[in-house]
Design a protein around this ligand. Structure first.
Ligand code: FES
Ligand code: FE
Length: 404
């Protein structure tokens, strides 16, 4: 085992997840490299939505650590993922974030690949050249409920348990048939775990999120890991009777959670007045005026909110020990028309502001943690139980990976 891995393992063994992590976990390039190799390059990661690659030849690209990745809809309607690196001399094949193409043609010397990855044309390579040996390198790809996932590992961890857990919750919302109305990508100069820790608590919400605090319940008994308020139970029972699975469910290893939660008071959407942002329901099958927010997370790459009128997905990708990319997408019914069924500003205002506020608090968190005098202190058992659940997962998951 390398020194970096051994060092991380001993620190993880000594760590008790009732306090924040020690400084190196948030600052060290060596630790970050171990996390890339043992978490980001081995776990299932959320990359985008089925509806973004709805037709043959539609593709999206992303960068996971050192790996450029390409996700494309092939001629059989299957969604496939490949390393976005030409088998000739390695050029990236697609550079746009989204596009449509009948075949994948490398811009450098025009080697051409079918949408299933087979190399079909390579000019003047000589008689002995064996085209079939140079198909694009595949990446594991799986889908559930309108969400596409990839795994860079040689052997992918089980995906089916997660799919079985969340599919019944997502099914009524028909996200496969939605449309991305808006997408935003920001960079937070903060370690990816600080971004997650911030996401897993609302201890900071009242003061930092004036827009979100109008509709999002900061109370841990509503939005926290042991959500059990009386209203929660009453609403949950009503939703279940409408065929909308709602109860809190955490996966056995703590990596994924799904639950449905009521918004504050009479609010039904994340807008400044709590009213729907989109006149047309997101799904034709979910027409009740108040279905709360379906919350789903899967460490380390995504958290999500599915409402009655729209859905919001968040994709987390690490850019370095102290930089994280966050991509947010707003999904609406595919036939909802901007300017008629919704106003884009009204739809995006709350979460654009919230993301920016979270970016600032995470960056300040990083700058303070960078100080040699920073010392981990206890989390609030009342407000930060969700954070403890995250760091507990992180500790156990990474120990598991480093010792297997
Ligand atoms: Fe792709 Fe040469 S690097 S064709
Ligand atoms: Fe926040």
């Amino acid at each position: 085992m390398t020194d970096a891995r051994q060092s991380m393992l001993s620190r993880l063994w000594a760590y008790r997840p009732t306090t924040a992590l020690a400084r190196d976990f948030y600052t060290s390039a060596a630790d970050y490299q171990v996390e890339l190799e043992h978490i980001w390059y081995r776990d299932w990661l959320f990359v985008g939505h089925d509806c973004e690659v709805a037709h043959t030849g539609d593709y999206l690209t992303l960068q996971v650590g050192e790996y450029p990745i390409l996700v494309v809809r092939d001629r059989d309607g299957e969604v496939r993922a490949f390393h976005n690196s030409c088998r000739h001399r390695g050029s990236r094949i697609c550079s746009a974030e989204h596009g449509t193409t009948p075949r994948l043609v490398c811009p450098y010397h025009q080697w051409s690949y079918r949408l299933n990855g087979e190399l079909i044309a390579a000019r003047d390579m000589g008689e002995d050249f064996q085209r079939e040996r140079y198909g694009l390198r595949p990446v594991h790809c799986a889908r559930v409920g309108g969400y596409i996932w990839i795994c860079l590992g040689a052997v992918a961890p089980d995906f089916d348990a997660f799919a079985r857990q969340v599919e019944p919750y997502l099914r009524p919302h028909h996200l496969q048939d939605a449309r991305v109305a808006f997408e935003s990508t920001i960079v937070e100069q903060a370690n990816w775990k600080l971004v997650w820790e911030n996401n897993r608590e609302c201890y900071h919400c009242a003061v930092n999120h004036p827009e979100l605090a109008r509709t999002f319940p900061a109370t841990p008994t509503v939005s926290g890991p042991a959500a059990q308020s009386a209203r929660m139970q009453a609403e949950g029972a009503r939703w279940e009777s409408l065929g909308l699975p709602s109860r809190y469910q955490l996966s056995a290893n703590g990596q994924a959670r799904i639950m449905r939660m009521p918004l504050l008071g009479a609010a039904v959407s994340y807008t400044m007045d709590g009213k729907p942002a989109v006149r047309r329901a997101l799904s034709d099958a979910v027409t009740d005026s108040n279905v709360g927010a379906l919350l789903m997370f899967n460490f380390p790459s995504t958290w999500n909110h599915v409402l009655g009128d729209h859905a919001i997905s968040f994709r987390v990708l690490p850019l370095g020990a102290t930089a994280t990319q966050l991509t947010t997408k707003w999904l609406v019914h595919k036939d909802a028309v901007e300017g008629v069924d919704y106003d884009l500003r009204n739809l995006t205002e709350v979460w654009l502001a919230t993301n920016d506020e979270d970016r600032r608090v995470c960056q300040e968190n990083q700058l303070g943690v960078n100080s040699p005098i920073y010392e981990p202190a206890p989390y609030s058992p009342v407000h930060e139980a969700g954070v403890m659940q995250f760091v507990d997962w992180y500790r156990n998951h990474l120990i598991g990976r480093l010792t297997s």
